[in-house]
Design a protein around this ligand. Structure first.
Ligand code: GDP
Ligand code: MG
Length: 250
């Protein structure tokens, strides 16, 4: 057995429990299919809003900044029930050279762990778009040979008057990276968000289809008993009941 060491006890690490990695991967299979997605991008682009929209169908407005929460829930794709894990992340930003990105170690661990990648930028923030290419290069360094199912989400599609990034630029970038492009609004477009995530899940599901379980790359993490989903539901209830009275934070 190999053990992966855990250096810091951050909020992230409380959500991620590390398990020994068995040396024989065949014995490492578990019966149900697990799909692991990580959501990445610059600050304030709507990563958390999109994850919450996808998982709960709700948009609250204000979200706790820079969380690295892991959400886990059952999900059905192509008639098959799977266990879906979605890792929200704090932001990544450009280094001074503008060609590489600066991100916390916990994000690297999420990148290493994930099967599918959701890149988010805001159409109202050109700098958030500029982060995406170096982010992809960064992921390529971590997964040099892997197939990388990728969804590029151009968020805040409702703020057309503040647009700084055109749809053409978004589509072009997605093509260049070999990913799927969609322009969405976490605020106003629940269906579009859901559809985009679902398509990525299908793609990842097909990719891992031949493997009957968790014998893939990455850290082996205990699937949380949806603590974050329960927490999310509780906070959603609170937020909805206090909406209008004061600013809410999810
Ligand atoms: N108008 C608009 N605002 C959004 C949208 N998505 C997120 N926001 C807002 O943008 C801010 C940042 O969202 P958040 O999810 O915290 O961004 P994160 O830092 O990338 O996780 C919040 O005030 C959200 O209410 C959207 O689609 N449209
Ligand atoms: Mg966030």
């Amino acid at each position: 057995m190999r053990l992966i060491s855990q250096n810091t006890m951050s909020q992230y690490s409380t959500n991620f429990l590390l398990l020994p990695i068995p040396e024989n991967p065949v014995l490492d299979c578990v019966p149900n299919k697990i799909i692991k997605l990580v959501v990445l991008g610059g600050s304030n682009v709507g990563k958390t809003a999109l994850v919450v929209r996808f998982l709960t169908k709700r948009f609250i407005g204000d979200y706790e900044a820079n969380t690295g929460a892991l959400y886990s829930r059952k999900f059905t794709i192509d008639g098959e029930q799977i266990s879906l894990q979605v890792q929200d992340t704090p932001f990544v930003s450009l280094e001074d050279d503008n060609d590489s990105i600066c991100c916390q170690e916990q994000i690297n661990r999420s990148i290493y762990w994930a099967d599918g990648f959701v890149f988010v930028y805001s159409i109202t923030d050109y700098d958030s778009y500029r982060v995406i290419r170096p982010l992809y290069q960064h992921i390529r360094k971590i997964h040099p040979n892997a197939n990388i199912p990728l969804l590029l989400m151009a968020n805040k599609g409702d703020l057309l008057r503040a647009r700084q990034v055109s749809s053409r630029e978004g589509l072009q970038l997605a093509n260049e990276l070999g990913g799927t492009y969609c322009e969405v609004s976490a605020r106003e477009n629940c269906e579009g968000v859901h559809e985009a995530f679902q398509q990525l899940c299908q793609e990842v599901g097909r990719m891992i289809g031949s493997c009957n379980g968790e014998k893939r790359r990455g850290l082996h993490l205990i699937r949380p008993k949806s603590p974050n989903m329960q927490d999310l539901k509780r906070r959603l209830k609170q937020a909805l009941s206090s909406k209008g009275k004061s600013a809410t934070t999810l």
